[in-house]
Each structure stands twice: as structure tokens, then as C-alpha cells.
Design a protein around this ligand. Structure first.
Ligand code: SF4
Ligand code: SF4
Length: 164
């Protein structure tokens, strides 16, 4: 996995132009069965992916924290929400709460998340490859294929399965 992660940014760079064109067409003409196809490709890829061997998302990019996330996680840590924010979060250029630093402070050396049960919604849903109307998150996915090997593989499979 280490080698795969090391090569991933370069592989994503090489595919960037092809992927950009593909998503451009997908946005204009999403196939009728896209939700079904994404759910299938996502299941197939994650049935053979061990995120505990990877944790690249937690290591290299942080989630954004919704107000609900803040309240839930602060309660779990027995902190007042304001103290949790002060201790762990900052506001980014889009005015969202994000981690002060990456790797994520809640990531253990064994790649386990110490707040797994109450982790942010964005962590639960990453890399969003099974969400409905997948064509709407093309820009985000173009970035995620350089971070997440599973997302990279899913996009490669999409290109094999969807012909314009
Ligand atoms: S909260 Fe947990 S799942 Fe989310 S980035 Fe941190 S370690 Fe990863
Ligand atoms: S979601 Fe992707 S980047 Fe995150 S741990 Fe799993 S395979 Fe790695």
C-alpha cells in the first residue's frame, strides 16, 4: 500500500486531463443508471480495500466539521463545543470549520480513528463515490483521486463502464 500511495499523485496527474474531459461529459449527459452503477462500483472496490492499511485521507486532508459534528464530538470528549473548537479547529477560506493540522489529531499510529463512532459526517462519507447524482461532485472527485486509491480505481472503472 505504501508504494501505491507514493505513486498515486503522479498517476492522478497523468489521468487528470482524461478525467476532466470524462466528468465534463458526465455532467452534461449522466446515464440513467448512474446512481446504481456508482453503488455497484463503490461496493466492489471497498470490498477489497482495507482503509486501515491506508488512512491517506486522514493523513493528508482533513474533513470539514458541521455544527452537528462539533456538538456530537465535543459531547463525546466531554468538552464544551467552544472549547473543542478552540482546541482542534480553525475556520478556512470558505468559512468552514476544519482541523488545525493534518494528519488528523484523532488518527492513531495503528490507523484507527479514536472518535470513529462519532466521527464527522464528511469522514463517514469520504470519498463520496456512492452518493446519488455523482456527476455533481466532479471537481471534488478530480482532487480525491490523488488522495484515495479506491476513488482512483472507481473512476477508472467508471470510464470503462460509461461510454459517451
Ligand atoms: S476524525 Fe477520524 S476518520 Fe476523520 S480524519 Fe480524523 S482520524 Fe480520520
Ligand atoms: S477512504 Fe480512501 S484514502 Fe481513505 S483510507 Fe480508505 S482507501 Fe484510503
Amino acid at each position: 500500500m505504501k508504494e501505491e500511495l507514493k505513486n498515486l499523485p503522479q498517476k492522478a496527474k497523468e489521468k487528470h486531463s482524461e478525467n476532466r474531459k470524462f466528468f465534463g461529459k458526465l455532467r452534461k449527459k449522466p446515464p440513467k443508471n448512474l446512481d446504481y452503477l456508482m453503488s455497484e462500483l463503490h461496493e466492489k472496490e471497498f470490498s477489497k480495500t482495507d482503509c486501515l492499511e491506508c488512512a491517506n485521507c486522514c493523513r493528508t486532508t482533513g474533513p470539514l466539521f458541521t455544527d452537528n459534528d462539533v456538538v456530537r464530538i465535543a459531547k463525546h470528549l466531554r468538552l464544551k463545543p467552544q472549547l473543542f473548537i478552540k482546541q482542534y479547529l480553525k475556520i478556512d477560506e470558505d468559512q468552514d470549520y476544519v482541523l488545525q493540522n493534518v494528519p488528523c489529531v484523532f488518527l492513531g499510529e495503528d490507523n484507527y480513528c479514536s472518535i470513529y463512532e462519532v466521527r464527522p459526517k464528511a469522514c463517514r462519507e469520504f470519498p463520496h463515490t456512492d452518493r446519488k447524482k455523482f456527476q455533481q461532485i466532479s471537481a471534488l472527485t478530480l482532487k480525491n483521486v490523488a488522495i484515495c486509491p479506491a476513488a482512483f480505481n472507481i473512476v477508472e472503472e467508471m470510464k470503462k463502464n460509461i461510454k459517451f
